[in-house]
Design a protein around this ligand. Sequence first.
Ligand code: SAM
Length: 386
Amino acid sequence: MKSNSTLYLIEPESLPERKVHREKFAERQLELISRRGAKGPSRLLLKSLNFDLTGKALVFGDLKAYLAHALKMLFPEVEVTYHTFEAYELSQIDRVSKFNSDSPIQRSFSSALPGETSEYQTIFLGMPSAGDKRYFASLLHESYDLLKSKGKIYAAVDKRGDRWLRDNLEKLYGSVSVHHQTRTGIVFVARKSSKKTVKTKSFKRQFGCELWKQPVVIESRPGNFSHGELDEGTLALSECSDLNPTDKIIDLGCGNGVIGIGASKVLREGCALLVDSNIRSVRQARENVIRNEAEENCFCLVGKDLACIPDRSIDRVLTNPPYFGNFSISELFIREAERVLKPGGFLYLVTKAPEETYSILEEFFPESDIQPKNRRNYTVFEVQKN
Ligand SMILES: C[S@@+](CC[C@H](N)C(=O)[O-])C[C@H]1O[C@@H](n2cnc3c(N)ncnc32)[C@H](O)[C@@H]1O
C-alpha cells in the first residue's frame, strides 16, 4: 500500500479559500479532502481498506468514482475500472478525475458490466439499503462470472443489521464473512471458490399491454422502472394524452420504452424519440422497439437531458418523472420540455405529487393553461405552451 496519498473531491487550487473536511482512511495512509466528507457505502469501503490488492479491480453499484481513485492511489499497480449505468454520473467522474489525474482509472459506461469472464481479482459493490433487491440480485449474478477463481468481492450496504446482502452473497459464493462494521453499515467479503459453478440466471420478464388501443409487448429486467408489469401511472399518462398522426414526440425518461413505443404506432407520419439517462434502460427500450417492429419511427437516445434537441422543435413531450432528488428531476424535465416544445405543443406529465408539480409547472409555463386530470389515483397534467 502506498503511503501518504491525498484524494481531492474539490478543486485543490480552491483550498486556501475554503472550509474543508479532512479525513484519514486506509490506516491513515490516505487523506480525503472534501466539502462534506465521504458518505454511504463508499465511506464504508474506504474505512475498511486494510488489505492488499493486486490484479484488476472493478468498482460499481452505489459507489462513487472517488473510491476507484482511492484504490488506484493506494495500489498504483492495480488496474481499477469504475462502472456506471447513469449518464448523469459521467460529469461527476470527470470532475473527480480532473482533481486526481495522477491516479488514472478506467471508466465504463455500458449496458452490461465491463470485462470478460474471470477478468477481475477484486470486485467492490455498494448497495443502498432501500435499493431494488431484484436489481442487486441480478448485479451480483452478473459480476460473479467476471471474478477470477479465488478472487474476492467486497460488498457494502448502509444498514448495520442487513440480512439480504449477506444471504444473497452466501447463496452465490457458499460462504461470506463480515469484513467491517460500523453504526451505519456493514462490509461483507466473499471468495469465489474454484469448485462451485453457478448457473447463469435470466432475470428478464415479458408482458403485453394496450396503449392508445395498440398492442405492445415489453421485455424488462431488474433495474428498469416497473419491471415485469405496466405501471398504473404510465397507463394513466397514455389515457390522458392525445396524439396526432403527424406529431414528433419525446418520451422523456422512457425506461423500457413502453410509452414511446405505444405512441409510435399511432404516429403514422410522425415519430417518437425515447430518452433516458440509464444506459441499461435505453438498451432495453431499443430491444423493445425491435420486438414491436417500430424501428421506422421510434428512436432511442441515452442522455441526462435534451441538450441535443433544438428549441421549439417537438409537438408533444410525455413523461412520468421519478420522485427522487426532491423534485429536481421533475424540474429538469419540465424546463427541458418547455424549451423543446413548439409554440402550441403539449406537455403531458403524470405524478402522485400534484401540488409540488403544479408549482414547478407554473414557474416554467407562467402563461399557459395547466389542466390536471385525475386518473387511477394519479394526476396527469396537460400543459399547452404559448
Ligand atoms: C418513473 S420512470 C418512468 C419510465 C417509463 N417512462 C414508464 O413510465 O414506464 C422514470 C425514468 O426517468 C429516468 N431518468 C431519471 N433521471 C433522468 C434524467 N436526468 N434524464 C433522463 N432520464 C432520466 C429513469 O432512469 C427512469 O427510467
